[in-house]
Design a protein around this ligand. Sequence first.
Ligand SMILES: Cc1cc2nc3c(=O)[nH]c(=O)nc-3n(C[C@H](O)[C@H](O)[C@H](O)COP(=O)(O)OP(=O)(O)OC[C@H]3O[C@@H](n4cnc5c(N)ncnc54)[C@H](O)[C@@H]3O)c2cc1C
Length: 482
Amino acid sequence: MTSASSQAALLERLRGIAGAAHVLVGDACAPYLTDWRKLVTGRALAVVRPGSTEQVRDVVRACLEQGAPIVPQGGNTGQVAGATPDGSGRAVVVQLGRMKRIRSIDVENDTLVVEAGCVLQDLQDAARAAGRLFPLSLGAEGSCLIGGNLATNAGGTQVLRYGNARELTLGLEVVTADGEIWNGLRALRKDNTGYDLRDLYIGSEGTLGIITAATLKLFPLPVAQRTALAATGSIAQAVALLARARAALGADLTGFELMSSVATDLVLRHCPDQRLPLAPGAPWFVLLESSDTESAERAASRFEALLAAALEAGEIQDAAIAESIEQSRALWRLRESITLAVAAEGQCAKHDISIATSRIPGFIASTDALLRQRFPGVRSATFGHLGDGNLHYNILQPAGTPAAGFVEVQQDLSRLVHDAVRDHAGSISAEQGIGGLRTADLQAYEDPVKLDLLRRIKRALDPAGLMNPGKVLPVHGCVSPG
Ligand SMILES: Cc1cc2nc3c(=O)[nH]c(=O)nc-3n(C[C@H](O)[C@H](O)[C@H](O)COP(=O)(O)OP(=O)(O)OC[C@H]3O[C@@H](n4cnc5c(N)ncnc54)[C@H](O)[C@@H]3O)c2cc1C
């Protein structure tokens, strides 16, 4: 699609499908064209906000006919610029925010059917109102959409107990890259009918089709929760505490988050309403949470016994147990503000990595030392979901230095980190996906046979190569030859 007349014809078709008020052009597109981290700004022919699955299908068909690239977008909170169009101005951004209905809740089957544009927090609230828990939980839950969560196979803070988005999903409705509607909204916990398309579309980051609805699993609401912040002297002690907490609490351990003091200091500096309820000085903090399905007394006694044993064993030096829901929320706010505080601090090389928990102390010791040697003055604002072996291994520019100098060395720095991840048999993308920022890393660090299979899947399901081109796989690796 190159000529002005075919672009005008496509815009006219899109207006006919979604209604003129829901087809944004020109300056009105601006809020949808820059990624959350403000690293990439693209251009688009239009931003379309369809109101139904049929409208999504018709938008995809119209784009296909005119050869216009399609960029699905949810809440635009992704960390790897996956929902941002390129600079050509040819793409149509399909933003799902109007499709936010909860279609049905089946309390007996513990399932719920929701449209892709529902804000995650609204979905959690709807489940709670029905007396159930939808456990997916992350810092962006007030603005990310469930379709985006599924497209990125989001993780978050409860993976330890409930699994990531893929494990919370029973069925999907998808508009395929060919413009067909696949109704896979089954609410079954067993279904071995052929290849698992659901699991293929989940985590495909908008490169294979557009998720329009999902059947999700619900769980019993916990009767009582206990939350604590503990200070620990080393990452090895934090890993020992994790093993102790797993053994003591089993499935009741629902959160185990690690924060370096560099990360908590950033929160205290950039979010003046926050405070650390422990004496400063510890190099690491752990946020633990247990959820009990029996009673508040049982929750309290098991949790306190765990912390007392950890203190005695020297795994923690101090701990603050939340005595109210407000105090518990304040502890979680501290943890969830880190991403915002890091963004406010300045240039940061971000790495979303996973490594077997047993190998994390060795990884951090050796990689921190290498970084200090090669890039003097950089600061490791490490935090993350230690219970899942997932760290946000964030390296900040040296304090008081110009951003430009750090931008120049970021590529070398990230290569050092990802080489170390590979040497520790880890993954260079634990929960945020590949998007447009990590395509070169995927090519560099993934198994070549796997990469070939990924390219063949892309060609088979998106033969025109129009579905979020350049994301996950580089464009030249996606489009079918000839
Ligand atoms: C403060 C903060 C904390 C965060 N914490 C976490 C965390 O703990 N765990 C975690 O995993 N992530 C986290 N994230 C990252 C982000 O919130 C998640 O990746 C989230 O799942 C993205 O949802 P979204 O609706 O914003 O998607 P978007 O950013 O809009 O899109 C993300 C990707 O999905 C595709 N996409 C979106 N909707 C659809 C659809 N309906 N069909 C097909 N493709 C689609 C897009 O094309 C893009 O490739 C955090 C982000 C912030 C800002």
